[in-house]
Ligand binder design. Structure first.
Ligand code: NIG
Ligand code: FE
Length: 405
């Protein structure tokens, strides 16, 4: 593992902190001007004003990287994706553009079920190769940690295959992967909601725990998929088994998913397009991060989640891409930032917090990543520009020049 000095930083955006930032705190980026960073054996050992005497053991053991007067930030964290899948659904996209509806396509056996068939038929090697290319393009946009969900197998073998692909890629790819079990993504045709929940809890999840294949467990709590009541039962059992919780909550209709996430102390409640005022209030009072996915609303032509209102109410908001083959076939961080600022009315400062320290908290990793603080992993990005304010302004374009991982 190499040691680095990064100097000539005009604007060091530290995002300093070790837990999620709520409400007004999200505006504080902990900026240091004319700064330097020292990374020793992969860990940040100094981050502060530049001086001729930076603290380090032996200068000859370090490689110097000149930031050339540009802004430097923590690596982005994409805390909600479904990047391990086979097959595509380009037909479905064009049907939707002509007025078809996402849920009705699924209820007719397409949508998620379509990807399930393709993913069941793909080999471990095929899935690994395609997912690796996807990680490469995320990395190029400055993503240094990504969350990935299973959920395109539903049966035990394919769910385990997806999770094992992530375990393998975590070893060989620079991007760190946090895996989430999302068996509760749809109900296989041969089960009812109840019998499928029992199958997951008794047949699949004990193996996942035994082999440490996933840190988190997620459920699609939605009208026509899993009810809030069954989601509570399932997630409480998952929590007892040692999983940390995430919920696809209040995406298409209001089901009380936001309240449920807060009640169960979930790491995050995700989507939240239809979260009620009560749900927003419950999240604001809790440690559960509200993870918003603007590219999905854009792709589905839906109203955006109420980001501004959530931050004003005191929520800790994170942003993520939701990269998947159906509702959002895009892993674009630049587009995520632009949409969040333009349509959800986040400020550039809030968007940066939402993709760094708050995203780290949404993965239960705020102690280790998500900010440029001494003791954290040296996951750093150098922009092509002198200020973080270029991130939303350079719409849909990659502002990242160099990634240190
Ligand atoms: O987060 N809403 C459910 N799951 C994914 C979409 C999955 C798919 O369409 O393949 C989502 O949008
Ligand atoms: Fe999702």
């Amino acid at each position: 593992m190499k040691n680095y000095i990064i100097d000539n930083i005009s604007q060091l955006v530290t995002c300093s902190g070790f837990s999620a930032k709520h409400g007004k705190e999200m505006s504080n980026l902990g900026i240091i001007e004319n700064a330097a960073i020292v990374i020793t054996r992969g860990i940040i050992s100094y981050a502060g004003p530049y001086s001729d005497n930076l603290p380090m053991d032996r200068l000859e053991d370090y490689t110097t990287i000149d930031a050339e007067g540009n802004a430097v930030l923590p690596g982005f964290i994409d805390s909600h994706t479904h990047f391990v899948f086979a097959g595509y659904r380009e037909e479905e996209f064009s049907w939707r553009m002509q007025g078809d509806n996402y849920m009705s396509i699924m209820q007719q056996g397409g949508g998620i079920y379509n990807t399930v068939d393709a993913t069941r038929n793909a080999s471990f090697e095929e899935l690994t190769a395609i997912a690796e290319l996807r990680l490469d393009s995320m990395f190029a946009m400055g993503v240094t940690t990504v969350e990935g969900k299973s959920g395109y197998g539903l049966d035990k073998d394919t769910e385990l295959k997806q999770l094992r692909v992530m375990k393998e890629l975590n070893k060989k790819h620079p991007v760190d992967i946090v895996a989430t079990y999302l068996g509760a993504h749809a109900i296989p045709k041969e089960y009812t909601e109840k019998t499928y929940i029992d199958y997951m809890l008794t047949e699949v999840m004990p193996v996942i725990r035994e082999e440490s294949l996933a840190k988190c467990c997620d459920i699609f709590c939605e009208k026509g998929v899993f009810t809030a009541e069954n989601s509570r039962y399932f997630l409480q059992a998952a929590q007892k088994m040692g999983f940390q919780l995430k919920i696809h909550a209040d995406e298409i209709v209001t089901t009380g998913g936001a309240e449920l996430a807060a009640e169960l102390n979930a790491l995050s409640a995700d989507h939240l397009l239809q979260a009620s005022d009560k749900g927003i209030e419950a999240l604001a009072k809790s440690d559960t991060v509200a993870t918003l996915l603007p590219c999905t609303a854009f792709s589905l032509k839906k109203e955006y989640a109420q980001g501004r209102k959530m931050i004003d109410a005191g929520c800790a908001v994170a942003l993520a891409t939701d990269f998947n083959p159906g509702s959002c076939f895009s892993s674009s961080i630049p587009l995520t930032i632009a949409l969040a600022c333009i349509y959800m009315k986040l400020t550039p400062e809030e968007a940066v917090t939402a993709l760094t320290i708050n995203a780290a908290a949404a993965l239960g990793k705020a102690d280790f990543i998500g900010s440029i603080d001494v003791g954290k992993k040296g996951d750093i990005i150098i922009l092509k520009y002198p200020s973080y304010k270029f991130l939303p302004y350079h719409i849909g374009m990659n502002c990242v020049k160099t990634i240190i991982k």
